[in-house]
Design a protein around this ligand. Structure first.
Ligand code: SAH
Length: 362
């Protein structure tokens, strides 16, 4: 049962429908009943745990390769004596802990790195503190220190609240959430005036098409990009989504590794939507950053040496060869995470070329 669902039904009965975006924000981050506030989301289906799993939880190789990427970049950035190694939405802290461990081959990197974590969930902050006792925590990106920065975000942007609009004869209708007969339901809002049209509304959209916008993602990207343009550095964003903006409904809910109705039990299921990488890249470039073409996770990890790392782990633990090979496939195979997950990197103009990615577009 979902306490938040009952609360929302009462609220909507008095106040009328709410925008989908407001619903998604409440379901994920309501201070008492929000999904990321009250649930422990991570776990593997095979072990019957959690609601979903992520690349760093699948294999240490993911964080190790990204750790080597960070150490190499820092070295070629001229080894700044103090820099901000930041992560947005670090979950259980596994990625950052693997990054810090792998990068410790360069002791000067470890000395220079100030670890900063942007995390909304008190219970996940607690877990992160166990793995990263010296880190600094932030509620949002606005308080990150004015230092050169390497920032990581894995499966962070997909949880930021989206708004959907449906193209109708009468114009663009915002999708809203209302209550009826003791349940939550989707309803159409009033058509938008032309000036309010979502900026990403596709000119070629057909009647009936749904377009998604994510003001929160645009806001985070603008802030990060301004920071990188001022202080120098790069951001590596990995998530699932479209490399080119497209119409379509990608709003989904996941509970115990199954897709469920997103309105059935808010606060109990993870709600996500595809990330519009093209839009995020455009914002970064408008702020003066460079960005190589968006690529797929499989190609990126392979370019960083995933196969070599897997071989070396197998050599030290031959009894785990099957498991390590399966983890490698999970991360990189085209029919697993390899193609669906995309990599967007953005960097300040003075940043050296980024490993594993093709040359930067201006
Ligand atoms: N990066 C991790 C976790 C991904 S889940 C991994 O790959 O395993 C999303 C993470 O973002 C969680 O840590 C969640 O608590 C955090 N989060 C969700 N909404 C947030 C927000 N608005 N601001 C900051 N962190 C948020």
């Amino acid at each position: 049962m979902s306490a938040l669902r009952d609360q929302l039904i009462d609220e909507l009965a008095t106040s009328g429908p709410m925008m989908l975006e407001a619903f998604m924000a409440r379901a994920l981050t309501d201070p008492t009943h929000g999904y990321y506030v009250q649930r422990q989301p991570f776990g593997r289906a095979a072990e019957n745990g959690g609601d979903f799993t992520t690349a760093p939880e699948i294999s240490q190789m993911f964080g190790e390769l990204i750790g080597a990427w960070c150490a190499d970049l820092w070295h070629r950035m001229g080894q700044p004596e103090a820099f901000c190694l930041a992560e947005l939405g670090p979950g259980r802290g596994t990625l950052m802990a693997d990054v810090v461990r792998a990068a410790s081959v360069l002791p000067a990197f470890t000395k220079a790195a100030e670890v900063h974590l942007v995390e909304i969930s008190p219970s996940l902050r607690h877990l992160q503190k166990q793995k990263l006792p010296h880190a600094h925590w932030h509620d949002d990106v606005s308080t990150l220190p004015a230092l050169p920065m390497i920032v990581l975000a894995n499966e962070f942007f997909d949880v930021l609240p989206i708004q959907q609009y449906r193209k109708a004869e009468s114009g663009w209708l915002p999708i809203m959430v209302d209550q009826r007969d003791g349940a939550l339901c989707f309803v159409d809002g009033a058509p938008l005036a032309a000036a309010e049209l979502p900026s990403q509304a596709l000119p070629m959209a057909q009647i009936g098409d749904i377009v998604e916008t994510c003001a929160a993602a645009n806001h985070v990207m603008t802030h990060l990009a301004d920071h990188l343009a001022r202080c120098g550095g790069a951001a590596l964003i990995i998530d699932y989504g479209y490399a080119q903006a497209a119409a379509g409904d990608s709003f989904q809910a996941l509970q115990k590794h199954q897709f469920v109705d997103p309105l059935a039990a808010p606060g109990m299921a993870d709600l996500t939507a595809h990330v519009n990488f093209e839009q995020l890249q455009k914002i970064a470039m408008q702020c003066g950053l460079t960005s190589p073409p968006i690529c797929q996770q499989g190609g990126f990890l392979t370019a960083l040496g995933l196969d070599i790392r897997a071989q070396s782990l197998i050599q030290s633990a031959p009894e785990k060869a099957g498991q390590i090979a399966a983890e490698r496939d999970r991360l990189a195979a085209p029919d697993q995470m390899g193609h669906l997950f995309k990599v967007l990197a953005v960097a300040s103009q003075d940043c050296p070329p980024l490993a594993g990615l093709a040359g930067s577009a201006q």
